[in-house]
Design a protein around this ligand. Structure first.
Ligand code: DGL
Length: 269
């Protein structure tokens, strides 16, 4: 593998920035190409056929930028594409295995909660992998309102709208006595403070971005080390670069990138 090539990252939109942020932290010298499919977001309430079609086009776009590996920085896409090679034959990382492994490492009582979009929960990839590894006490909840909450900038734990929606979705996981919860969607780590507050700090929250960044770094180290130069990122979106810039700061928790290029993703047939 040519280590000087960039890492390709894609998501249905902005959310993948939480994953990108963790990779950038761990591998600051790597070059990245980030594609956010902002023209077709959300993926989380679509059919598997549509999500697969979109993911394939997203991957093709990244391949046209000669990336060395592809990261599906989207919980929804990951729940459908759990294999470790992209259909195009290059290494492919998704958010399922790293999150599952981290949850199993953290959990003491073996009761694990899984959250995600409707499609992620419907596909059950986390649950299946946990069961394959011997975990039986699993509690799943789709939290469809979390994404719009975050995109509206609503994540303060003292905001009654935020705490009310969190309680509505996560009470069953709390009642079940889970000691570990997988935040199976890109946006949910932004709500970590409020979710942690709801669980009174008694639950370990798994941020798949952190786990995935470690997995990518380990892989690159195993291939003879990562790229030791550059550290540049090119950002692409399929609609409204101005909106991306406006909201990116929320997901990144820092100043948003301002150089964003709009592309026509439908051309990647
Ligand atoms: N990025 C998506 C995920 O992690 C959330 C937004 C969407 O539904 O597309 O599942």
């Amino acid at each position: 593998m040519d280590n000087t090539k960039p890492i390709g990252v894609f998501d249905s939109g902005l959310g993948g920035l939480t994953v990108y942020k963790e990779m950038k932290k761990l591998m600051p010298s790597e070059n990245f190409v980030y594609f956010g499919d902002t023209g077709r977001v959300p993926y989380g309430n679509r059919s598997n056929e549509t999500i697969s079609k979109y993911a394939l086009q997203d991957e093709k776009f990244l391949l046209s930028h000669d990336v060395k590996l592809i990261v599906a920085a989207c919980g929804t896409v990951s729940s459908l594409c759990v294999e470790e090679k992209s259909v195009f034959g290059i290494p492919f990382f998704n958010m399922i295995a790293p999150a599952v492994n981290m949850a199993l490492e953290l959990s003491k009582n073996g009761k694990i909660g899984i959250t995600g979009t409707a499609a992620t929960i419907r596909n059950g990839a986390h649950k299946k992998m946990l069961q394959d590894k011997g975990c039986v006490d699993i509690y799943e909840t789709a939290c469809p309102l979390f994404v719009p909450l975050v995109e509206e900038g609503l994540f303060d734990k003292d905001d009654p709208v935020v705490s009310g929606i969190i309680a509505r979705y996560l009470q069953p996981i709390k009642d079940a006595g889970c000691d570990t919860v997988i935040l199976g969607c890109t946006h949910y780590p932004v709500l970590s403070g409020a979710i942690n507050d709801f669980f009174e700090g008694k639950v370990q929250l798994v941020n798949p971005g952190v786990a995935l960044a470690r997995a990518v770094k380990d892989y690159l180290n195993g291939c003879g080390g990562g790229n030791m130069g550059g550290g540049k990122t090119e950002f692409f979106v399929s609609d409204r670069p101005d909106c991306f810039v406006k909201q990116a700061g929320i997901l990144l928790g820092e100043e948003a990138p301002c150089d964003i290029t709009q592309i026509d993703i439908e051309k990647q047939v």
